[in-house]
Design a protein around this ligand. Sequence first.
Ligand SMILES: [Ca+2]
Length: 675
Amino acid sequence: MSEEVIYYPFVIHFHQPIGQLERILERVYRQSYELWLRNFERHPEIKFTVHFSGCLLEWINEKHSDYIDRLKELAGYGQLEFIGGGFYEPVLTIIPDEDKLAQIRLFSSYLKETFGSEPAGCWLAERVWEPSLAKPLAEAGLKYVLIDDCHFRMAGYQEEETFHAYFTEEQGQRLSVFPINERLRYLMLWEPQERSIEYLNRAVKPGEDRIVVYITDAEKYGEWTDPAWAEAWLDKYLSMVERTPWIVSLHLGEYLRAHSPKGLVYLPSAAYDKMVEWSGGHFRNFFTKYPESNNMHKKMLYVREKIKEAEAIAEKSGSSTKLLKKAWMELYKGQCNDPYWHGLFGGVYLPNLRQVIYQHLIQAEMAVDQALEHVMGAKKRIRVVERDFDYDGRLELLLESQSLNIYIEPDDGGNIFELDYKGKVAHNFASTLTRRREAYQDSWAQKPSVDWYRRTILRDHLLRPGLTLKAFLDVEPFFDQGDFTTQKFEHEVFESGKEVKVRLFRLGNEWSKGYGRPLLVTKTISVPLDSATLSVEYEVKNVGREPLELRFAPESTVIPPVVFEYVPDQKELSEYPCKIVGTKTVETNIMAEGIEETAKEFFIMDKFHDVAIKVGWSEPTELWFGPLKARAQTEKEPMPMYQGTIIMPIFRMELPPNGIQSFHMKFSIKEGMHE
Ligand SMILES: [Ca+2]
């Protein structure tokens, strides 16, 4: 049959991250998602293939169930085709195969239940593809996937050859692949409608069943652009498509039923053009670029192991696995992709998104503990796990009490890089973000500060005389005269039934004279079984021959569970009061910076979640505090985003040879101040 038509599937992707703020969800829904629904209804002749992430569908169903009803109706008429994928929008390549299958099946049955048919297509979150995906996707019952055409071009295909579907295969498992057309993504909405029609026209070739696949993020229309303008553009465009007889609107599944893919293709690891650029070629690079992202990912893998272990025990003992099922669901939510990466804006820079990942992973862990203790009768105890948690070849120490997880990295200054609270609120108080260089900052007139160490808990400095708070926050060179902040600490672990102590010690140096003057720093971290506290006994000993005058300053950056975006407004800020207690009491907030001469305690309260963290020390002393702000690009303009509050008591020490000075610090977390 000689055809002079172009097949034109129109694919729209709808997603909002787990943990997205309610007011943003509402705004995007109003400005963009309603716009699409109106256009579906206005243009019944156009077929749309839609992907809604599972978490977004759940939100819409809860808040705007009429929207779901209207989608159902359109699906019933055959106007809409739904695409599946991972329920909670994970980047599929970075989660275990079992979880890929589980998340895809979960979503397929949800779509079947809600809209009447199982999906045939797979949406790849952030369009991240690796060749090995073909097997699990096919095993999960999916028939096709969409991959950006730039990867076809990289594999040597001409543009003309991307106007076809192909097969790919992995270990004998077959999947169809549709190339996503890049040119149309840049033409549509940004250029006059005629340009897109002309492009489609040029793609027509008699006798070939050519297809040009357009995909878009839903939010491009109405949320990233003026809603009225975008709606008018789209309405006019869809009317033009309706009037053009040689453009055949159809679903991807429908195309595959009528036309055979052109042949076999093997594509390299892929994503869309910009994602490839941001990640440096490969999505997994985000784990090496951002330790914060790696931390979440490896936490996910670690918690997952715990669930598997508990399952094995449950299977042997025939215990109920109800709590473990809950743990799996929490884990899947903790795989939602958004905070695991950063492109132009948001992502790993947004504390509210990072902390929701931790919240779900910690809740998964809590469900496992409950299952072990209440169902399988395991004894309550503090666990000490030595493990290369972040896969960098060095061991970390994970202390797990009833109420806290404390993850220590002895090789990196003996810092605490994760402090999970396991209460009514599940939160990692060390979920900060360190400031680093981003390529897009090159064009900025004023270059933002870059940290030379990860801003976490218990970073031990020897401050240079004359240093100011501003110079410290701006990371002025050589503010630190010691070698304790990022260097290796030795460690010993002491366990009793009720408490664990970790003694971290380092024989290092003070360097103010240009040569090393030896100093022994010991910090002993104690964690009790059942209260949400940890104490640290510090001992600083001059082991050299010269007397030393020091300003010894253990710095800790902690972050409460925040519910604001970028910079809090006055009302949001008032939800996070701070109190400094010393010879006088000072009321302040998480964004304030300053110096108090005689402080003993620093409280951060979160009135919204009704939880507080208190950092105290044994004697009144000078305190420096201030917000950690990472300046990053946003949808609007570069903004200093809150990433935690720095709390740094400074202990002045005059140590003769063999002189020792000690002090202690205590971190406690409490709920229910408003009861
Ligand atoms: Ca490690």
